[in-house]
Structures are given as C-alpha cells and as structure tokens.
Write a protein that binds this ligand. Structure first.
Ligand SMILES: Cc1cc2nc3c(=O)[nH]c(=O)nc-3n(C[C@H](O)[C@H](O)[C@H](O)COP(=O)(O)OP(=O)(O)OC[C@H]3O[C@@H](n4cnc5c(N)ncnc54)[C@H](O)[C@@H]3O)c2cc1C
Length: 507
C-alpha cells in the first residue's frame, strides 16, 4: 500500500485519445525511461517507434539467454536490482502487464554487513517516521547511542529537513564525502549506511553530490514509510517484465526495434525530424531521447541542428560514473541455507553486495534444484582506475569466500562477467547543468535516470518518472491527457524535526 502522505501530481488535462491525427514519435532507448514514455504515448494512440541499440529491452535492467558449460539454458542479466516499495511510477508501468503483482516478490530484509562483523537490517521497523529511525538506532550495532554526542548535530539536521529541490541549493556544491565528514557519524555507521548509498550510485562519495546522498536518505529513511524494504524480480527481467511489456506495446501498434542504433536526429522534410536508424531514416513529429550517457553524447554530437548550443554543451559534458563489475557464478554446491537473497557489504576492498539468486528467482532455483548447486552474483561498484578486469574478478571472488566461507570449497560450473561504465555521475555542483525533460525544441524531450526532475526520485524510479513526464509534456502539446505521477513527500515529514533543522539553519 502506498504511503498515505505520498504526493499525487495530477495528470495534465486533455482529450482522452488522438483521433485520426496521431503523430509519429520515435523513442530512442528501450530502458525503463524509454519503455515508460512509449507505453503512455502508445496508450493515447500515438504512432510510436521504439528503437533500442541492444538486442534486448530493459537497458541496465536487461538480460539475455546464454548456454552454460553444463548445457543448461540460463538468463544472464545486467545484475541484481532492488525494486523499492516507493517506486510508485515504475510499479504503475509494470502493473500494465502484471496486474496481480506476481512479477515481483518481496525479500524479508535489506541486511548490511560490515567487514568488521557489524550487521544491520531494516525488517520489522515501525512504519511511521521518526519511530522507524529511532527503532533502527535502538537495534543497530553500528549506530551506538554513546557515539551520538560526537555527531555534528547542525550538519546532521539538514538530513532531517530534506526538501526537493531546495536540498540541491543547500548541498549540491559539496561532495558526499566532505558532507559525511562534517556530520562526524561513527566510522562504521558512516561506511555502512552512507557509503553503501553513495556507491549504489556507482560513485565514490568523493565524486558524488551531497545533495544526491541527502535525497536518497530522504527517500529511504525519513521521507517515506516504505523505508528500505524492497522486492526483486521473481523471474529473469526479460521473461517477467520486458517481454510482456513488448507484447503490450506491440498490441497497441508500437513498432519495437531492438538491435538498432539511432545515429542522428536531423531536420525532416515532411515532418519535423528525420531520425537516422541504422542505414534508414524515419520522419517523426516528435522524439524522446531516453538513451544512456554514452549514447546521448554520440547521438547529439552527430545531430548538429538539435537543441541550442547551451543544451548541446550540457549533453556533451555529461559524465559516467566509474566502471563497475557484475560477476555471476553457477556453483556446484549450495551456499548455507540461511544466506539472504541479498546482502549489502561495507568495508571490503571491492565487494558491494552479494545476491543468491536461487533463493528468490524461479529460473535459478530450478537450476539449483536440478544440479544441487547455487547461483551467486557479486557486484563491485566504482572500481579504482588501476584495477584491471581480471584482478577485479579475482578480488570479488576472494571477498565472497571471506563473507560466505562455504564457497571456498565450491567448484565453478560456469561464470559470466559484465564490466560496464554506463551509469550517470552526479558530481558536486552539477545539478544546475543537468538536462531536464524539456529541451529548447518543443517536440524533443528527454527521459532517463540522468535527467533532472525536481522530485525525490532516483535510479529506476527516476527513469520511469521522467519517461512518463516526457510523454506528458508531448501529449499536452497536442491537447491529449497525460498520466498522474506519484512521489514520496517532497519534504521532511516530521514537523518538529523540520523546525529544529530550520532553526539551526538560521543560527
Ligand atoms: C548493476 C546495476 C545495479 C543496479 N541496481 C539498482 C537497484 O537496485 N535499484 C535501482 O533503482 N536502480 C538500480 N540500478 C540503476 C538502474 O538500472 C537505472 O537507474 C535504470 O535502469 C536507468 O534506466 P534508463 O532507461 O534511464 O537508462 P538505460 O537502462 O541505460 O536505458 C538506456 C537505453 O538506451 C539505449 N541506447 C543508447 N544509445 C542508443 C541509441 N543511439 N539508439 C538506440 N538505443 C540507444 C541503451 O542501449 C539502453 O538500453 C542499477 C544499475 C546497475 C547497472
């Protein structure tokens, strides 16, 4: 159930559908942002062409078939994803093809384990703020009451009064590491809760905006009653999520093209744009750019008449976070039965989390039941530039054996590794320069987790929210109704804490 204080942004008004005047819209990118935009536009009757460079949909949440050394067919994916309960807009997208909510399944907790042995969790906390935070503090071995006098209350209070977008004015100029130092949280707490968060943005805290970290804190701690509990995909992403959505789109008349790269968007002859796709071109009335950072930079670079020079500079200056490695192992024996489906890890050299897929995903569970083995995935984010792929793989494996010692004896049936560098970086001072949903061209819009929208949403939910917002913008240009959006409250929800923070701010 949605937080009762969640905020509804009403749908832009208009006629319910296009009637005989449907425009052609090309959506560039078949990740969550592109799929959200394409779905809403197609549902309103636009003639949508969705173009995705990879052979699969889902972007960074995509997956593909692979044959393992033992002859089994398996699905490799871009890696474990947590679908938090406050991802209202993403869930609205998935509901189109999964009305009963079977595609996602809950994990009981979000356990975090530090190399020193401390372990925290978020299960069984009260739902209301601030009792959830107080109960967490009471039960946490990492946050000890006796450490609290050392905390810089003034700096920490700004976390209690996060208001979006104001928090970007207050904190975007400093990086997350400096901010964490100002707060002076106990070291283990700092490493566990906050570095884990900032690394979930694929960046080391020194390279990430403190405002982005504070927004995460708001979304998952004090801003929403859903907290840090999440669901995972019960089936590999393509089977459970994206192929059903592809069928939904096709049934609405959308042309879904995978394995094709959009190379440029140029002025059209009969319509506003001519979109170059592979060797051909399509004339379009509007374009949604829902590509990742490298794709956007290349596409805009090859589309000289698109936007204006300030906007083109913004796109040209977008940065990606450092490389990250996802390693999946099919092992010849199980891990201990009490290992959680997902474990966040802190204080290790490269390892950020471990998931045991056969503990929650049907396909992996079937493979494990058939072979007596297990399927384990390791993530290492923000890899240092001097670490090559081979040594990153080796170090992640060693760290797995330290956290789950039973894997020392395991034989590897097969393994797959994905080393990528395609997540956006949100550096300190970068907020004002982020691209927005609207662009200097009225019928060119943007969507994606890199796109600025002044709501407390992040990652997959930012992708879905900006995707719907981009479609809303185009639809309202044509006088057609859009969709409502939802978000967790845009500011701290406990009046007392908010006024304390404000008082400190004015001192
Ligand atoms: C390992 C990993 C773990 C993650 N874990 C979580 C998590 O637990 N929770 C969470 O909320 N988020 C998580 N994320 C982040 C999440 O995956 C992203 O926020 C989200 O998927 C972004 O969606 P998007 O549509 O904005 O971009 P993308 O998924 O990157 O989609 C952009 C698409 O555009 C395509 N493209 C680019 N250029 C072109 C072109 N010229 N022509 C055609 N197509 C093009 C790309 O191939 C890509 O498919 C994780 C990411 C990774 C990598």
């Amino acid at each position: 159930m949605r937080d009762r204080r969640a905020v509804r942004i009403p749908a832009p008004a208009g006629r319910p559908q296009f009637d005989g005047d449907a425009p052609v819209v090309v959506v560039v990118g078949g990740g969550i942002a592109g799929l959200s935009a394409a779905t809403l536009l197609a549902e309103r009757g636009a003639r949508v062409v969705l173009c995705e460079r990879e052979k699969y949909l889902g972007g960074r949440v995509g997956g593909w078939s692979t044959r393992l050394a033992d002859g089994s067919e398996a699905t490799m994916t871009r890696g474990f994803h947590a679908f938090f309960r406050q991802y209202y807009n993403l869930r609205a997208l998935l509901k189109r093809v999964d009305p009963a909510g079977r595609a996602l399944t809950g994990l009981p907790d979000y356990p975090l384990q530090h190399a020193s042995g401390h372990r925290d969790g978020f299960a069984n906390l009260p739902k209301s703020v601030p009792w959830n935070a107080l109960a967490f503090l009471r039960g946490s071995p990492t946050f000890r009451w006796r450490d609290l006098p050392d905390v810089n209350a003034r700096a920490a209070l700004s976390l209690l009064d996060v208001s979006v977008p104001r928090v970007y004015e207050e904190l975007d100029s400093i990086d997350a590491a400096s901010y964490l130092e100002q707060i002076r949280f106990p070291e283990a707490a700092h490493a566990l809760a906050f570095e884990v968060f900032s690394r979930s943005f694929f960046a080391h805290p020194t390279r990430m905006s403190a405002a982005e970290l504070a927004v995460m804190f708001h979304i998952y701690f004090l801003g929403s009653s859903e907290g840090l509990l999440f669901d995972v995909a019960a089936d590999p992403f393509p089977h459970g999520l994206w192929e059903p959505l592809r069928r939904h789109l096709t049934s609405l008349g959308t042309t879904v093209c995978t394995g094709v790269e959009v190379r440029s968007v140029l002025p059209g002859e009969e319509k506003r744009y001519s979109v170059t796709i592979g060797e051909g071109a399509i004339e379009a009335d509007a374009v949604v750019l829902a590509a990742d950072v490298p794709g956007l930079r290349a596409l805009v670079g090859d589309s000289p008449s698109l936007g204006d020079s300030a906007w083109r500079d913004t796109i040209g200056n977008l940065q990606t976070a450092p490389r990250f490695l996802v390693s999946r192992y099919w092992l010849d024996r199980p891990v201990d039965a009490d290992r959680p489906g997902f474990l966040g890890t802190g204080g290790h050299d490269l390892l950020d989390n471990i998931s045991v897929l056969d503990h929650y995903e049907h396909e992996a569970r079937a493979w494990a039941a058939r072979t007596g083995g297990s399927v384990v995935e390791l993530h290492g984010y923000a890899l240092p530039s001097d670490v090559d792929e081979q040594s990153a793989r080796a170090r992640l494996w060693v760290q797995l054996t330290e956290v789950y010692p039973e894997t020392k004896q395991a034989g590897v049936v097969d393994e797959r590794h994905e080393l990528r560098e395609d997540c956006p970086l949100f550096p300190a001072g970068g907020f004002a320069r982020r691209p927005r949903v609207t662009t200097p061209d009225e019928f060119l819009v943007m969507a994606g987790d890199l796109v600025r929208i002044d709501l407390p949403v992040a990652l997959m939910e930012r992708a879905a929210t900006t995707g719907f917002a981009a479609a809303n913008h185009l639809l309202s240009r044509w006088g057609v109704a859009g969709t409502e959006l939802w978000t967790v409250p845009t500011e701290g929800r406990v009046g007392l804490l908010r006024s304390a923070a404000r008082r400190w701010r004015t001192l």
